[in-house]
Design a protein around this ligand. Structure first.
Ligand SMILES: Cc1cc2nc3c(=O)[nH]c(=O)nc-3n(C[C@H](O)[C@H](O)[C@H](O)COP(=O)(O)O)c2cc1C
Length: 192
């Protein structure tokens, strides 16, 4: 079942999919079935990309030893809640195009599209995917053995089912609700 969107009112009609996705911090530790997790990455796989280069790359953990490594790279503010998530992933992208080895300046854009596909697919399956910029980049490269010259690491992501917000520290629980957005007029400009 998708999460509630009661506090989210669009200015123009959009599919509820876009309103129902949000980033909770209360995760239930129950494992995500492997096939379900693969469905999330499968959704990411079909994102558009420059030259169809598909520069996105996901490093994930769902078992104890991998999760311990992933948790160790998160900042404390995120660990407080993300430690309970049954899956932690890093959204990365390859820096160079595969066809000519030239720098691919669109790779972060493409990885962002892939991450959003993953997040929307998660929401459609009643799961939550919460992106985090709060992680130690250097530790991520070292701990996960990713070559710096080849990969950018954009974000960590906690994936799982929604848990009991009462288990969160009080200040975090107080913020546990879908957020609003700027008015549409602030994010578009027509050129004539
Ligand atoms: C790149 C990126 C980095 C983020 N970093 C963090 C983070 O470190 N910690 C956190 O709790 N939330 C983080 N978030 C979640 C945002 O705060 C959240 O997406 C935003 O407030 C909008 O809310 P919504 O996702 O519930 O719609 C991040 C989101 C993105 C896309």
């Amino acid at each position: 079942m998708a999460t509630s969107s009661i506090t989210r009112e669009p200015e123009f009609p959009v599919d509820r999919l876009f309103l129902d996705r949000w980033s909770p911090r209360a995760f239930a530790p129950d494992p995500i079935p492997h096939a379900t997790l693969m469905t999330l990455f499968e959704a990411a796989r079909w994102a558009p990309s420059c030259f169809n280069d598909q520069p996105w790359y996901f490093v994930y953990a769902s078992e104890a030893s991998g999760l311990a490594k992933m948790r160790s790279i998160l900042v404390e503010k995120n660990r407080i809640w993300a430690d309970r998530a049954p899956v932690l992933a890093l959204v990365c992208s390859q820096k160079q195009f595969k066809h000519n080895n030239q720098p691919n300046r669109w790779a972060p854009f493409d990885a962002g599209a892939a991450w959003m596909s993953l997040a929307l697919q998660a929401s459609m399956l009643g799961l939550c995917a919460h992106a985090m910029g709060g992680f130690d980049l250097e530790a991520a490269y070292t701990t996960l053995g990713l070559p710096r010259e080849k990969f950018d690491i954009h974000a960590a992501v906690a994936i799982g089912r929604r848990g009991d917000p009462k288990l969160l520290p009080e200040d975090i629980a107080a913020r546990e609700a879908p957020s609003g957005r700027k008015p549409l007029a602030e994010i578009i400009r027509v050129i004539s």
